[in-house]
Design a protein around this ligand. Structure first.
Ligand code: MG
Ligand code: ZN
Length: 377
C-alpha cells in the first residue's frame, strides 16, 4: 500500500517534469521491486530438526543465538523420488530450486545440470563462498557448485569446484584435490593459477592467513573429514567471520555465502545425543557471529535452516536441562518438517510453511534476481 502511494506521487512528480513513459515505467518497477538484500548468508545445519535444536539449547544453558531471529518458518524436505530425502537432493532443492532424486548433486530428476543460486550470484558479480565441517566436496556444499549424477563422485566434484568462479572455500577433503587423487593429478597448482591462496594448515592456524594479499582463498582444514567439535575441531565460528569479512571487502558487489554445520547429521546417524548437542552449539556460535555481522552491516539477509532431520530424535522423560535423555526412531533421516530462521532485509519472505525448493526462490527474490532489468531511457 505504502509503495503504491509512493508510486503515485512519483508518477505525478515525473509527469510534471515532462518525463517519458518508459522512465515512469522503469521507476515504478524499482518502487514495486526494491533490491532487498545485498548479501545472503545461508547456514544449513545438516540433520538439524527441532529436537536437535531444543537439545542443543538446553545443553547450552537454555540459550541459543537462534532465539535472536525474528522470523521463523517451516519447510517440507521430501525429494523427487523419496519422502525421506538425503542431503544431496535437499541441498539441490535449496541451492537450485528443483526437487530431484536422492544422491543428485546440482542436477534435476533427469540428471540435467541446473544452475545454483551461488552460480547465478557469481554471474551477477557477487562474491561467493562455501564453508563446511565435512569435506568441501560432500553433498551439501557440493550442490551449490557442482553438477554430478551421484554424490559419491568426490573427485569430479573437486574438479567442478576448480572450474567454478568461487572466491572462497573452507572445509576438509584435501585428498580429493592433491596427488592422492585416483588420477594422481593434483589440482592445487591449477587452483593457484586461478588466483587461489591454498592453505592446508591445521585449524589452529586459520587466522594466520593474510587476507589483505589474498584474491581467492582455498582452505583445507583436514585431509579427509574434519574431526568432531567434541574432539577438538573449532574452526567454524572463526572461518565464518573470516569469510564474511573477506567476501565483503569488495563492498560494491555483495556476496553469497553458504555455511554448513555438517556433523549434526553424523551425531544423528550415530544416535549419539552428546555428538548432536556439541555440534548444534558449535553451529550456533557461528550463527551468532553471522547475526552480529548482519546487524552491523544492515544489508545482509541471514537464513538458518536444515536439509532434513536425522535420527527421529526425541527428548525423553527423565531428561534434565543438563542431562538430555535422547531417544531415536532411526539411524537415518526422517521426513519431518524442519525450521527456517531469518534475519535482515527480505527475512519476512521466510515465515509460513513451504517447500524446500521455495528457499531458492525466496533467496532470489530477496536479492532482486527475479526482477527483469529496469529499462531506462
Ligand atoms: Mg551435509
Ligand atoms: Zn545424513
Amino acid at each position: 500500500m505504502g509503495n503504491k502511494i509512493a508510486a503515485i506521487w512519483l508518477l505525478i512528480g515525473l509527469s510534471a517534469c515532462g518525463t517519458t513513459n518508459q522512465q515512469v515505467v522503469a521507476n515504478l518497477q524499482s518502487v514495486d521491486n526494491p533490491v532487498l538484500a545485498k548479501n545472503v548468508i545461508l547456514m544449513i545445519g545438516d540433520g538439524m530438526g527441532l529436537g536437535q535444536i531444543t537439545a542443543g539449547m538446553y545443553a547450552n544453558g537454555n540459550h541459543l543465538n537462534l532465539e535472536r531471529f525474528p522470523i521463523v518458518g517451516l519447510q517440507k524436505t521430501y525429494s523427487y523420488n523419496n519422502l525421506i530425502t538425503d542431503s544431496a537432493a535437499s541441498a539441490t532443492a535449496i541451492a537450485c530450486g528443483v526437487k530431484t532424486y536422492n544422491a543428485a548433486i546440482g542436477v534435476n530428476k533427469d540428471t540435467v545440470p541446473v544452475q545454483s543460486i551461488l552460480e547465478e550470484a557469481e554471474i551477477k558479480g557477487l562474491k561467493t563462498g562455501l564453508i563446511a565441517t565435512s569435506t568441501i566436496v560432500h553433498a551439501t556444499p557440493a550442490a551449490f557448485i557442482s553438477h554430478q549424477p551421484m554424490r559419491s563422485m568426490y573427485e569430479f566434484i573437486a574438479q567442478d569446484l576448480l572450474d567454478s568462479g568461487i572466491d572462497l572455500f573452507i572445509g576438509g577433503g584435501y585428498k580429493f584435490f592433491n596427488e592422492q587423487r585416483h588420477d594422481e593429478k593434483s589440482l592445487i597448482p591449477k587452483l593457484e593459477r586461478k588466483g587461489f591462496t591454498v592453505s592446508s594448515l591445521t585449524h589452529e592456524e586459520l587466522e594466520d592467513v593474510n587476507l589483505a594479499n589474498t584474491k581467492k582463498l582455498a582452505y583445507f582444514t583436514s585431509n579427509d573429514s574434519p574431526i568432531p567439535e567434541a574432539t577438538g575441531r573449532d574452526y567454524l565460528p572463526k572461518a565464518s567471520i573470516i569469510a564474511a569479512n573477506f567476501l565483503n571487502s569488495h563492498k560494491k558487489q555483495g556476496f553469497f555465502l553458504m555455511i554448513e554445520g555438517s556433523q549434526i547429521d553424523w551425531g544423528g546417524h550415530a544416535n549419539d545425543t552428546k555428538y548432536i548437542t556439541s555440534e548444534v552449539i558449535d553451529f550456533d556460535k557461528a550463527i551468532g557471529k553471522m547475526l552480529d555481522f548482519a546487524k552491523k552491516d544492515k544489508e545482509t539477509l541471514v537464513i538458518i535452516t536444515a536439509d532434513h532431520e536425522t535420527g527421529g530424535f526425541a527428548i525423553n522423560p527423565k531428561s534434565r536441562m543438563d542431562s538430555i535423555q535422547g531417544a531415536f526412531t532411526s539411524s537415518y533421516h526422517t521426513g519431518t518438517m524442519v525450521p527456517v530462521f531469518a534475519y535482515g532485509p527480505g527475512s519476512e519472505l521466510f515465515s509460513g510453511i513451504y517447500e524446500n525448493t521455495d528457499i531458492y526462490h525466496k533467496m532470489r527474490k530477496a536479492l532482486g534476481f527475479d526482477r527483469a532489468p529496469v529499462v531506462s531511457q
